[in-house]
Design a protein. Structure first.
Length: 202
């Protein structure tokens, strides 16, 4: 059912009757951490992210539709051990960019919107020892294949001359659903700092 909803959302996005304005490539770092009622002593896990977006003008705002790869997770310190949880996702963001300052070649944007994450990996490493898949570890769990989250942040873009532009974004993402298929309340959250480069295609 969830996969059907994801497909329906993507098909609906593809029917927006507007022209594409730009093609944008991005990359950066995630400062990720788990939250929820069933997690304590969680610390940040540093991960990477890469993506490509189609930038579509809808009136004064920009609609970013794309896909990318993102690493999340957390480090959890317990009394006798430290566990590193590494998660990876294919993410499909549907974000709007609302211009706050748009005069001249530099633009400051408010970024808002949901993201659908499709899990591609879940690994646990205890005390820097052997790494195991989450489902195979002694204290492991079955990971939820879909991760629904919302993001908010600020971005700045500037023209490079001609059709090209570049910039940087700082976003905060908070998970709406648990990463555990069972009963544990474990949600992703992350600060993302990334740069982007794009060019007009229409």
């Amino acid at each position: 059912m969830k996969k059907t909803l994801v497909l329906a959302a993507l098909l609906a996005a593809g029917t927006v009757p507007v022209q594409a304005q730009g093609l944008e490539f991005s990359g950066g770092v995630n400062f990720a951490k788990l939250s929820g009622a069933d997690i304590q002593n969680a610390a940040q896990n540093l991960g990477m992210n890469f993506g490509i977006d189609l930038v579509i003008p809808v009136g004064p705002i920009g609609l970013n539709l794309g896909g990318g790869w993102s690493q999340k997770g957390s480090e959890v310190a317990e009394a006798a051990s430290t566990t590193l949880l590494d998660l990876s996702y294919i993410e499909v963001p549907v974000h709007v960019r609302v211009p706050l300052v748009g005069a001249g070649p530099i633009r400051l944007n408010l970024i808002l919107g949901p993201t659908i994450g499709i899990n591609t990996g879940c690994e646990l490493t205890v005390d820097a020892g052997t790494t195991q898949k989450c489902a195979d570890a002694a204290d492991g769990f079955s990971v939820n294949q879909l991760d629904w989250s919302g993001a908010a942040g600020l971005g700045v873009s500037f023209r490079l001359g001609g059709l090209a532009y570049a910039g940087a974004d700082l976003k905060y993402a908070l998970g709406f659903t648990s990463i555990d298929e069972g009963t544990q309340d474990l949600k992703n959250k992350a600060f993302t700092l990334e740069g982007h480069f794009g060019f007009d295609v229409f």
